[in-house]
Design a protein around this ligand. Structure first.
Ligand code: ATP
Ligand code: MG
Length: 403
């Protein structure tokens, strides 16, 4: 079967504080690679930030632009990816509302992060409507772009699974399987002056040669319609293919090797655990934090042998060191041949080396904030156009097009 659906990547982050190395190795590094391979959309999830920070909106306001600078510093290239802010594309909220009509409450209550986060952030009252709806808003973010790839950290995987279920339920409820003639007619209606000719052509092929040949012809013809956006061409083709049932697309999560990067204390690196190194943290602070990191508690004296498996520094070596260094650590630690400070030195150097180009790249954007404002303004406009392509179909499917 011909696949005209272009691979599209979507991912977001909440502007709730400076980004840390967990964000970088868990997600951001993946963004930087994916932008060369696929159409990519990356957004500031400011509404998602409000679900936990509704009483401190100033935190969000302060972090939005800094976070975009972090992305740019990490190597996200606005020429290769669309960067935007969630709340500037209000169609996300419209889709969230429409999806909420058909979302069983039990599905939301069962998402593991719901209870986990309530416990973890127990100082906040998260028994709110908005917080319960967190994963559904995320589904709307993804589905509105018909994105099929979502780079996230491990904790987000249940949300992507939830999104797949929502898409399936939506398509089941509102998608229909029209006959070929009906499909062809609906498709060519969009094609302006060429429509009559195209319709006849498709019908002829269909009658003469059957489905596959007709689809080949349709594929070629749609590809020539330069006046149609790629999204429109994909939709039309999906329609012809009998994809009438597929209004929304089920996405997959994309994970990195460090999809759950540990922090300075060995727990998952997270702002709320106070165990982070931020992306552009100054060199002295990075050095001090790593030098004072806890190590295997059994290694009290320099002469006591240790076990890397019980040491948070080892998990940094797994991310930052080559095999030779890793072997040096294993041998040296287990035989007490090297001290903990010695063992930490290559990690300190690797982190600083990684951060240097980021600090440099960030400088230009810090010096001229209008650069960042313009990148985002462009991105919001592009994202909105794409979002509206899906919303047209969703509104129609739910009986809201009233034309
Ligand atoms: P924090 O945990 O520091 O509060 P956050 O989880 O609030 O950060 P989000 O915007 O929810 O930040 O997460 C952005 C992305 O970064 C998500 O895909 C999340 O899975 C990923 N992520 C966050 N922390 C880590 C980590 N330590 N290792 C790998 N990925 C991570
Ligand atoms: Mg999170």
């Amino acid at each position: 079967m011909i696949n005209m659906y272009q691979e599209r990547v979507l991912s977001g982050m909440r502007p709730t504080g400076g980004l840390h190395l967990g964000h970088y190795h868990g997600v951001l590094k993946n963004w930087v690679e994916l932008q060369h391979e696929f159409e990519c959309l990356f957004f500031v999830a400011d509404w998602h930030a409000l679900t936990t920070h509704y009483d401190t909106p100033e935190v969000i306001e302060k972090n939005v632009w800094d976070m975009v600078i972090d992305w740019l510093a990490a190597g996200v290239d606005p020429a290769n990816a669309t960067l935007f802010i969630q709340s500037r594309v209000p169609e996300h909220a419209e889709l969230h509302l429409l999806l909420s009509m058909m979302t069983p409450l039990g599905w939301l209550e069962r998402v593991p992060t719901y209870k986990d986060q309530q416990e973890k952030l127990s100082e906040k009252d998260l028994s709110t409507y908005g917080f319960l709806g967190y994963p559904l808003l995320q589904s709307a973010d993804i589905l509105i772009y018909r994105a099929n790839k979502v780079p996230v950290g491990e904790d987000q995987v249940p949300h992507i699974e939830f999104t797949r279920e929502i898409a399936r339920r939506f398509n089941h409820l509102y998608g229909r399987e029209p006959g070929f003639e009906e499909r062809a007619e609906a498709a060519v209606k969009k094609l302006g002056s060429k429509r009559a000719k195209l319709y006849e052509e498709l019908r002829k092929r269909y009658q003469e040669q059957g489905d596959d040949e007709a689809l080949e012809a349709a594929h070629a013809l749609l590809n020539e319609q330069q006046n149609l956006s790629l999204g429109d061409r994909e939709r039309l083709f999906g329609y012809l293919e009998g994809g009438g049932k597929m209004i929304l697309v089920e996405p997959d999560a994309l994970l990195t090797a460090a999809s759950r990067m540990p922090g300075l204390d060995g727990l998952k690196m997270s702002k709320s655990y106070n165990n982070t190194i931020t992306l552009r943290e100054d060199a002295d602070s990075v050095t001090r934090k790593i030098r004072t990191m806890p190590t295997d508690p059994a290694r009290v004296r320099r002469t006591d042998p240790g076990d890397p498996a019980k040491c948070p520094v080892w998990s940094f070596h797994l991310v930052y060191s080559n095999t030779a260094t890793q072997e040096w650590v294993q041998l040296g630690c287990k035989s007490a041949g090297i001290g903990c400070l010695e063992c930490k030195q290559p990690v300190i150097e690797a982190v600083l080396r990684e951060q240097e180009p980021m600090r440099e790249r960030a400088q230009m954007y810090q010096d001229d904030p209008t650069l960042v404002r313009n990148i985002i303004a462009d991105g919001c406009e592009k994202a909105r156009k794409l979002a509206n392509e899906t919303m047209r179909d969703v509104r129609e499917a739910m009986g809201l097009s009233y034309s």
